[in-house]
Design a binder for this molecule. Structure first.
Ligand code: C2E
Ligand code: MG
Ligand code: MG
Ligand code: MG
Length: 292
């Protein structure tokens, strides 16, 4: 019996594995055509100053709507893009669309910046900094309006290489954000040596206070302090409740992002969202809106 049970387990495992491989193959094939077939879109999630809630920028987040597969989450297709080498084309598309949008908002008088997520592979592609400078110039975007987000994942690789890549990028005038800080890879020690401007605290840390009643976000507190001492701007990600907002504000964090202020929306809806946030922030005691 035990033998038979073991065999069944192996077969089930094999079947599940085959299914994963098939899904991966499908995603890779379909992603190859996603740009040409106009299936990719960007949504923009507002970033606000704290505690005023005045909107200061937005993060561009990639969406893929496939006619038969439906919406595929970036957490699933970005790794496929990275492993298949498609990420360079996808990333170039994202950067260009984000710059087009940013140029439009600037021309309409919105005082905002836009951040774009980078994959380690893009960062290490030949003359990436030159590419970024070209796209900015082509669309008339002042470099300091663009923020490039790198993940801790990139940090786990060759540090010296990473530092020189980031320095090249910064030399073009763009700002660099270290994304998902505290999610697992990099340390406060590494942070000292990295040429970054903004520290984004991962939402796992931001969500922490609710699981430890009575304590005011001890880790957020440490990270915010350290970030400020290193001369960085610190942004708390994934703020979803008034309690989380209160905790990061108490820790001294001056920038926030999360469902409490708004999820990512198509560009044409962001202006309305910024407007709502601006009205809220001009009131003496801004009432936080509930998440959709
Ligand atoms: P990220 O850069 O850390 O982006 C934040 C993620 O958290 C987004 O998920 C966003 O929708 C989600 N989020 C924002 N506020 C809240 C909140 O209050 N609660 C919760 N639970 N979630 C919140 P999304 O859009 O699914 O993106 C997932 C990840 O995929 C991103 O994490 C980023 O690493 C990657 N990604 C997205 N777009 C791109 C892109 O254009 N290029 C690259 N290379 N990666 C991208
Ligand atoms: Mg990000
Ligand atoms: Mg993040
Ligand atoms: Mg992430």
């Amino acid at each position: 019996y035990a033998k038979q049970r073991g065999k069944n387990r192996v077969e089930r495992y094999q079947a599940r594995y085959d299914e994963l491989l098939r899904r991966r193959g499908t995603l890779e094939n379909e992603l190859r055509h996603a740009i040409d077939r106009d299936q990719l879109r960007l949504v923009f999630q507002p970033v606000v100053a704290l505690p005023s809630m005045r909107p200061v920028g937005a993060e561009a987040l990639l969406r893929w709507h496939h006619p038969t597969l439906g919406s595929v989450r970036p957490d699933e297709f970005i790794p496929v893009a990275e492993e298949s080498g498609l990420i360079n084309r996808v990333g170039a598309w994202v950067l260009e669309q984000a710059c087009i949008q940013l140029a439009e908002w600037l021309s309409r008088g919105h005082d905002v910046w836009v951040s774009v997520n980078l994959s380690p592979k893009e960062l290490h592609s030949t003359d990436f900094a030159g590419h970024v400078a070209e796209v900015l110039e082509q669309h008339g975007v002042p470099p300091q309006r663009l923020v490039l987000e790198v993940t801790e994942h990139a940090v786990a690789t060759d540090m010296e290489e990473l530092i020189s890549r980031l320095a090249e990028l910064r030399a073009t005038g763009v700002r660099i954000a270290l994304d998902d800080f505290g999610a697992g890879y990099s340390s406060l020690g590494q942070l000292r040596t990295l040429p970054v401007d903004i520290l984004k605290i991962d939402r796992a840390l931001v969500a922490e206070p609710e699981s430890r009643t009575g304590m005011a976000a001890p880790l957020v507190d440490v990270v915010v302090r350290m970030g400020h001492r290193l001369g960085l701007e610190v942004l708390a990600e994934g703020i979803g409740t008034p309690a989380q907002r209160a905790a990061v504000e108490e820790a001294g964090c001056r920038l926030g992002q999360g469902s409490l202020f708004g999820w990512g929306v198509p560009a044409e809806h962001l202006e309305a969202q910024l407007q709502t946030l601006r009205q809220g922030s001009s009131r003496p005691a801004p009432a936080p809106r509930s998440a959709p």
